[in-house]
Design a protein around this ligand. Sequence first.
Ligand code: ZN
Length: 171
Amino acid sequence: MKEKGISEDFDSIIVDSFNYEIIPFIKKPGTFDVIIKINGKTQLELFGFDLLFDFREFHASSKENAQKKQEFDTRRIKPDMRERFFLFTCTCGAPDCSDIYKGVLIRREGDKISWLVDEKVEKPKKLIFNAKNYLDLDQKLYENLKELAKNEPGLIYGGTQKTLAEIISQL
Ligand SMILES: [Zn+2]
C-alpha cells in the first residue's frame, strides 16, 4: 500500500547508535531541551535542521496507539504500524510555524522501526532502528524525564509554555 506523496528515492541509514541528552538552555534559565544523537550525529548534522525534538510524539509513537493517560508500558508499537508523528517541531511547539506539515513517517516492520524524514531535507532519509533498542531508549528517556519532573516540576520544555511536570502527566 503506497501513500501519496511518499518519495521512493531516499537514503537509507542503519542506526547503530541512538541516544539522547537532556540539556538546559543556557540563554533561558529554567528551560531545557532534549537532543537526540543518531550514529553520533545531532539532528543538525544529520538532517540540516535544528528543531525541537518532541519527546511527547516520540513517546506516543512507541505505543500501540496514541491514547493518553494509560499505563506506560502496557502498549507497544503495533507490528504493522505506519503512521506520521511530529517528532521534530518548531521550538515554540507548533510544527506549521516551521513549515512542517507531514511529520515523520514511522513504520514498524518486524524487529525494525524506521523513520522516513521527507520534509525540510534536501533528500529524504530513511533511518532504520533496531526495535528493541528504540523501545528501550524511549522507556529510559521517559523514566529520566519523570524523575526530572519530580525534582524540578517548574522546568519549561524548549520554547513551549508547558512545564515538564504538565507534559509528563499527559503522557
Ligand atoms: Zn514557532
